[in-house]
Design a protein around this ligand. Structure first.
Ligand code: NAD
Ligand code: WQD
Length: 341
């Protein structure tokens, strides 16, 4: 079975390609390298021992996308990662996000329809839940989005649902909680361009000396240690869930044409717990200080993952310590590479 992976050079896309190839799927990937580098393809080849079928295609270019897909007559499913994901940037540049994330998804769906491809796995986000009462299950209400980025995920889910009603499309939307960590080989991982927005890359960059100090955004929240709580999930667990979602669709197990699943660990950890786990696992003392709250942060969110276990047969294998260990190994590998250039 051949799978088209959009955004295949990115953080989650690259890890998913490894797991798909491992399970015997054929993969063709596209990316425009807006937030990734072509060298990822070399790393994928080293990890898998396989040549990665790849084309540089921008999903905003509908004509290019359609003609590329026409040349690939045997694609049976699409895993659609390609999108912009920086919440803060989306506040400043909302149209960039609506064009790429929503417009790009519409283009992918049109190209699929034209080519007769009937299965898609979509990257959604726990951000659609906003401030919810954890553990959050898939039936939790979807409030007005807090950011244009979050809104693009809500809108894409609706677009996908509508396309299911109108055609014989089948969709699995996966709502990721906080993906962290890296591949065990330390050959692929998260590559934040510029100053990272997310906690774990900020931790590893501070520990390696790229950043002077990590600011903990607020310690006066109503949580046991006063810092915010999130559900940090290892990226390889996320990648494996995509393989499970493809198998679920291939075996026709979808009860509904449109299915949605949370991908989390089911466990919440505070910012201070993450920092302390990092320090314990790596033996590195982190330079951090307590700062003011970051506007827009929810107090606590973590997933109920029962639906993914019951229907996809998927559950996480890695814990927070392994996420921290692998994120650190990846940061160390990156700095060695930079040093040798
Ligand atoms: P990423 O930026 O590492 O990967 C996205 C890839 O898509 C990049 O390689 C980028 O170059 C590519 N891309 C962007 N626009 C494109 C376009 N127009 N045409 C072709 N390629 C394009 O991000 P990621 O963390 O791997 O996220 C993948 C998906 O998961 C995104 O849809 C994101 O919104 C979603 N998601 C991510 C997180 C997270 O915290 N990482 C959480 C929830 C959901
Ligand atoms: C985690 C915690 C911060 C940085 C974001 C997106 C969400 C989803 C996942 C895509 C929070 C704290 C962070 C720092 C800190 N992505 N923090 N100092 O905000 O849960 O979610 O990524 O869909 O949409 O919003 O993740 O990693 O930014 O923050 O104290 O320098 O770490 O306040 O409590 P978040 P994050």
């Amino acid at each position: 079975m051949k799978i088209l992976v959009t955004g295949g050079a990115g953080y989650i896309g690259s890890h998913t390609i490894v797991e798909l190839l491992k399970e015997g799927y054929d993969v063709v990937a596209i990316d425009n390298f807006d937030n990734s580098y072509p060298s990822v393809l070399e790393s994928l080849k080293t990890i898998t021992g396989k040549e990665i079928e790849f084309a540089e295609v921008d999903i905003r270019d509908k004509a290019a996308l359609k003609s590329f897909i026409k040349l690939q007559p045997n694609i049976e499913a699409v895993i659609h990662f390609a999108a912009n994901k920086a919440v803060g940037e989306s506040m400043a540049l909302p149209l960039k996000y609506y064009e790429n994330n929503v417009g790009g998804t519409v283009n992918v769906l049109e190209a699929m329809q034209e080519a007769g491809i009937k299965n898609i796995v979509f990257s959604s986000s726990c951000t659609v839940y906003g401030e919810a009462t954890p553990p959050v299950d898939e039936n939790a209400p979807i409030p007005v989005a807090q950011s244009p980025y979050g809104n693009t995920k809500q809108i894409c889910e609706e677009v996908l649902r509508d396309q299911c009603y109108a055609t014989d499309l089948k969709v699995v939307a996966l709502r990721y909680f906080n993906p962290v960590g890296a591949h065990e080989t330390a050959l692929i991982g998260e590559l934040p361009i510029g100053v990272p927005n997310n906690l774990v890359p900020f931790i590893t960059q501070t520990a390696i000396g790229k950043r002077e100090v990590l600011t903990v955004y607020g310690d006066d929240y109503p949580t046991p240690d006063g810092t915010c709580i999130r559900d940090y999930i290892h990226v390889v667990d996320i990648a494996k869930a995509h393989v499970s979602a493809i198998a679920f669709m291939a075996q026709g197990k979808n009860k509904e044409a449109y299915s949605v699943f949370n991908l989390g660990t089911g466990q919440g950890n505070s910012v201070l717990e993450v920092i302390h786990s990092f320090e314990a696992v790596t033996g590195v003392k982190l330079n951090y200080k307590i700062g003011p709250r970051r506007p827009g942060d929810v107090v606590q969110v973590y997933a109920s993952c029962e639906k993914a276990l019951a229907e996809l047969g998927w559950k996480t294998e890695f814990d927070l310590a392994e996420s921290m260990r692998s994120a650190w190994a990846w940061e160390v590998a990156l700095s060695k590479k930079a040093g040798s250039n």
